[in-house]
Design a protein around this ligand. Structure first.
Ligand code: ARG
Length: 621
């Protein structure tokens, strides 16, 4: 958890109750607790007919102070001063083993909501850390696929949450744009162009993707096959065939190595080919990110190639600081409880890990990061443990004596409906751009059926916004670290915990305002006194007040699905409110204006929450 972003705005019931419970706990158990911190353990009540919030502190403290939990609860309640905030405590306020139930007063709710009703909706705090978010991470000459969807969409949502809290956020797209595999495609592209089989000027990412696969196949020969021929004496024909393959592969590999050497030496022709690979890939990548409404731009892109001149220095520092040791010609760093980290191969080559160490040094010492968050596939967990440990050991994560926090926010795989990795029928990766197209087509059919009065252009634009919302929300709303099953049907549905459902909830509220304005019924609602009377109003108010705390909790857990779950609950609370509490037909003016203000707050929280997830809201759909 970060230490510097603490100041809590004064309208979050959890925080307010927390302060008062903490004071009561200290007063009740003072000496017995010493200076150790106490957690008042305030949570929304699971039984809303009994209470709005509960404190579970008595159970947690009982052992520490050597008393029965219920006795602890009695003592706390005796010291509790909730004043204007909550209904007076009664003999029923302590339940079960020692839960302390609290019911807020309607006036207090109205007052808190009124204070939250600011442009920032109470989300910003006094944060001022610099947070680097590593996201997207595409590779040259490869199409973006659904794995990159997660690294882009989740990473961008995490970045947006920190921005909303007021932090300085720097996104870093660590593109795989350097090393032998890239040199291999570059060599292949050049030889294809030289042979007149491909035009360098009009080459597409699809072409590059194909070249990549051909080049990879050419250089990975059947060495195992050859060994088998020898072992089982499979005859001259098989041997000749496999020998040809292996020597072809050796030749391809030699060409790739030669290309890399030339690239590293800055050979003009080779660099030009590489630049072409880079431009074609990154144009397509940034275009897809823009379509996804994810803020991944040129400025945020710092590929592996940008570290190429720093790697020798990184390794030198590791040697000088005695963090690294020689091992069979290679250079490794040992960290307790982990396999050694290889930072230089015996042939002198650097590795993915070496580049990530350079990345940490730049991010902490040049960009000023207090926290670096890596939104990368869970399968790289070990890599990051090794790299982080090595960075801390070598001082790369230290700036002015202060150690930056390095965190991996891992995510699971995207699975098809058959439960296996999401692939095309022929077993290839599904292109992200195709996924967006497909989702848009489906969304367009639904939008057309729902609102026939839109013209084609408008319909298409709305459909793409709905599709992107559907796609991103499906990804963001599932538990980050788990694998999730990709389903077009489920994600574009207007029912359930989906993107379209939440967009539609916002659209419905905005249409209430259109009607209210037409009939002149909305004048002055923004400054009208709030009154929280009905049960459904109260539930909606409580849900609204949970917003700032929810956003903050995402910054701690790095789990955007918590915000998704919250928005879904808010939309549900609004539905119940709208069914039970007439707005435009409210019994009197005061109540109508108060309810309109609740509608407006709900609409703004929905829009702001979706925005924190990187999802655009709509006025019509
Ligand atoms: N390009 C890498 C891959 O496809 C992801 C980069 C993740 N970021 C990092 N700093 N290593 O696996």
């Amino acid at each position: 958890m970060s230490e510097t972003s603490t100041e809590t705005p004064s309208f979050d019931p959890v925080a307010l109750l927390g302060e008062r419970f903490e004071a009561a706990i200290r007063a009740a158990l003072g000496e017995k607790l010493g200076n150790a911190p106490v957690d008042p353990l305030i949570a929304p009540s699971k039984q809303q007919q009994l209470a709005d919030y509960q404190s579970n502190a008595a159970m947690a403290l009982a052992k520490r102070v050597g008393m029965k939990p219920r006795d602890v609860a009695e003592k706390i309640v005796a010291e509790l001063e909730l004043g204007e905030l909550a209904e007076p405590m009664t003999s029923d306020s302590i339940a079960g083993p020692g839960f302390i139930n609290v019911r807020l007063r309607p006036e207090a709710l109205a007052d808190l909501l009124g204070r939250m009703d600011t442009p920032g909706l109470g989300v910003g705090d006094a944060s001022h850390e610099t947070i680097v978010v590593d996201l997207c991470g595409v590779n040259l000459a490869k199409q973006m696929h659904v794995g990159h969807l997660r690294a882009t969409v989740i990473g961008d949502a995490i970045a947006r949450v920190f921005e909303k809290l007021g932090h300085r956020v720097i996104r870093q797209n660590h593109v795989g744009d350097w090393g032998l595999p890239i040199a291999m495609v570059a060599a292949k592209l050049q030889s294809e162009a030289d042979a007149g089989r491909i035009d360098m000027g009009s080459v597409t990412l699809d072409d590059l993707d194909r070249l990549y696969r051909v080049a990879k196949m050419e250089s990975s020969a059947d060495r195992k096959g050859l060994a088998a021929v020898e072992r089982f004496q499979l005859g001259p024909k098989a041997r000749a065939e496999l020998e040809a393959q292996v020597s072809g592969a050796d030749e391809a590999l030699a060409k790739a190595k030669d290309a890399l050497v030339r690239l590293q030496a800055g050979d003009e022709a080779m660099v030009a080919v590489w630049q072409r690979l880079y431009d074609v890939t990154m144009t397509a990548c940034l275009e897809t990110c823009a379509r996804l409404h994810a803020t991944v731009t040129d400025e945020a892109t710092a590929g592996e190639s940008t570290y190429r001149d720093e790697l020798a220095g990184i390794v030198e520092h590791l040697i000088e600081s005695r963090a690294a040791e020689e091992d069979d010609g290679a250079l490794i760093v040992r960290n307790e409880g982990l396999d050694p980290t290889l930072v230089r191969k015996s042939d002198g080559g650097f590795l993915y890990a070496t580049t990530d160490l350079a990345g940490i040094r730049r991010r902490v010492q040049e960009l000023g990061a207090d926290r670096v968050i890596y939104c990368v596939d869970a399968r790289q967990a070990l890599h990051f443990r090794q790299v982080f440990a090595t960075a801390h050991k070598a001082g790369f994560a230290n700036r002015d004596g202060r150690e930056a926090q390095l965190e991996h926010a891992p995510f699971g795989m995207v699975l098809g409906e058959d439960g296996r990795p999401f692939k095309t029928r022929s077993g290839e990766n599904v292109k992200l751009a195709d996924v967006i197209d497909e989702a848009t087509e489906r969304a367009e059919r639904i939008v057309a059926a729902k609102s026939g009065d839109l013209d084609a252009g408008e319909r298409r634009a709305i459909a793409e916004t709905v599709a992107v919302a559907a796609l991103k929300y499906a990804d963001l709303s599932s538990d980050r670290v788990k694998d999730y099953v990709f389903s077009y049907d489920r994600m574009v549905s207007f029912e359930g915990n989906t993107g379209p459902y939440l967009l539609y909830a916002g659209v419905r509220i905005r249409s209430i305002f259109r009607k209210a304005n037409e009939q002149g019924l909305a004048d002055g609602f923004a400054s009208a006194p709030l009154s929280i009377v009905e049960a459904a109003e109260k539930q909606l108010a409580l849900a609204l007040l949970r917003y700032p705390g929810t956003v903050r909790s995402v910054a701690v857990s790095l789990e955007p699905h918590r915000l998704c779950g919250y928005l879904y609950e808010l939309a549900g609370a609004f539905s119940t409110f709208f069914e039970n509490c007439p707005v435009l037909k409210a019994p009197d003016d005061a109540m109508r204006l108060s309810r309109l203000r609740l509608c407006d707050l709900t609409s703004r929280v929905l829009t702001d929450g979706l925005d924190a997830l990187g999802i655009r809201s709509l006025d019509r759909m």
